[in-house]
Design a protein around this ligand. Structure first.
Ligand SMILES: [Cu+2]
Length: 153
């Protein structure tokens, strides 16, 4: 019996279970990666986050809901060109066909963070909980980049 060695292995196991922003997060066959957000002004009430979600399975799935402690309300938005204006609309439940991917990017589908509680600061990280109809809920760490950033840093 070597108690200190057992404790060391337990600590390693704990470390391995804490996700880092760059690591893909899995829920069953659903893989979430590269979650990031744009910094906002301190008093901003809305912000946008982006992530890539892949369905590596054989069954379709959909995003049922999203939540984050930095925001009062989280929804999926689509950006559409209307004449010469870009407008955002609430997207329906985002579908993930088998083998398909949802690649959220500025100017396209994004996670809209509503009723922000104090804005988003560069370097900040916050958890985003994405609940899938079949795969269940995953908590994804979202890294906040610079204002106007076009991708994860
Ligand atoms: Cu939006």
């Amino acid at each position: 019996m070597k108690p200190h060695r057992v404790a060391g292995i337990a600590a390693l196991a704990l470390l391995a279970s804490v996700p880092v922003a760059a690591d893909p997060i899995r829920a069953g066959d659903i893989v979430v990666e590269q979650a990031w957000a744009r910094a906002t002004a301190p008093a901003a009430k809305t912000g946008a986050a982006y992530l890539t979600i892949r369905n590596a399975g054989t069954q379709p799935d959909r995003i049922a809901s999203m939540a984050a402690p930095v925001a009062g309300h989280v929804m999926a938005h689509q950006t559409k060109q209307e004449g010469d204006v870009l407008r955002m609309h609430e997207a329906g439940p985002l579908a993930l066909p088998p083998g398909g991917a949802l690649d959220m990017k500025p100017g396209g589908t994004h996670v809209m963070l509503m009723d922000l509680k104090g804005g988003l600061k560069p370097g900040q990280e916050f958890p985003l909980t994405v609940t899938f109809e079949k795969a269940g809920a995953v908590q994804v760490p979202v890294k906040v980049g610079k204002p106007g950033a076009m991708g994860p840093e």
